[in-house]
Design a binder for this molecule. Structure first.
Ligand code: R5P
Length: 270
């Protein structure tokens, strides 16, 4: 494997423990001003030092992330449809490789919609993106999108992850499901699990724990961090599982302790 690609990958999946904690803030690319992510700069600033990498669009990276950060950027380069549009699966590549390099992206991310009307377009685009990115030693993270009409079980997710890996994706991001070990075992590249909709903190920590136990290298978590009442407490608790080998009880206790300190701090300020 070439040096540049390996170096960029090692910024995302930490070689010390082969684990990754990615903070997802790219939701606005199809959801617009997502609840509690209305002001990305404010949300990102206190969380940046606790994640290994940030999954972000170029608009938010330029406008809302300090260029002095040493946190690696996983740049979303696909888009084209919004939540109120005709078909969410109709995505194309929206960022040139030159702009991604200018933004010093450590990896490029795009979604594929296996089983949807636009399956062909998104899978071919993934192959093309890998070819372009490979030329410059930039890894590609493929996101296996799920939707109302798409499955979320091990059979479907194994297929979608494998399709992504076969096109050359260096990392695959997918969703946790029952029998997740099967999804991991049949995917020849590392898997990162997306957090999904906001659920109670303890449940999100359980999801993180289960994902890692089943063989994922880490999580790419968004709403379950910044939609929490205590985002810093939550990302630190998630981190204690990903990099500290905490179990769910230990991580949840850490969350409660940090959340209570945060509440006291906030009440002093008011
Ligand atoms: C999907 O690709 C989205 O853009 C997010 O990056 C992903 O769903 C992870 O965020 P969350 O933990 O909020 O699901």
């Amino acid at each position: 494997m070439d040096w540049g690609l390996q170096n960029r990958l090692s910024r995302i999946i930490k070689p010390q423990d082969n684990r990754a904690l990615m903070l997802a803030v790219d939701h606005g690319y199809f959801l617009g001003p997502t609840e509690k992510l209305e002001n990305p700069a404010k949300v990102i600033a206190p969380l940046l030092k606790y994640c290994d990498s940030l999954m972000v669009t170029r608009g938010v990276q330029r406008s809302s992330v300090s260029a002095t950060t040493d946190t690696p950027m996983v740049l979303r380069v696909s888009g084209g449809s919004s939540i109120i549009g005709e078909d969410l699966s109709q995505e194309d590549i929206t960022v040139s490789i030159e702009d991604a390099i200018r933004l010093n992206a450590s990896a490029l991310a795009m979604s594929i919609f296996v089983g949807s009307k636009y399956e062909y377009q998104t899978v071919v685009n993934l192959g093309k993106l890998v070819s372009r990115a490979q030329k410059y030693g930039i890894p590609v993270l493929a996101v296996t999108a799920v939707g109302k009409e798409l499955g979320k079980d091990a059979r479907y997710l194994s297929l979608a992850c494998r399709v992504a890996a076969e096109q050359g994706a260096n990392i695959v991001k997918t969703y946790y499901c029952e029998n997740f070990e099967k999804v991991v075992q049949s995917c020849p590249v590392p898997i990162i699990v997306a957090g999904g909709k906001k659920i109670p903190e303890r449940d999100a920590l359980q999801l993180t724990y289960n994902s890692i136990k089943a063989g994922a290298v880490g999580v790419d978590i968004g709403r379950n961090v910044w939609q929490s009442e205590h985002p810093v407490a939550m990302i630190r608790a998630v981190r204690s599982i990903v990099h500290g080998n905490s179990n769910v009880e230990q991580a949840f206790s850490l969350y409660k302790k940090l959340a209570s300190e945060d509440s006291k701090h906030k009440s002093k300020q008011t």
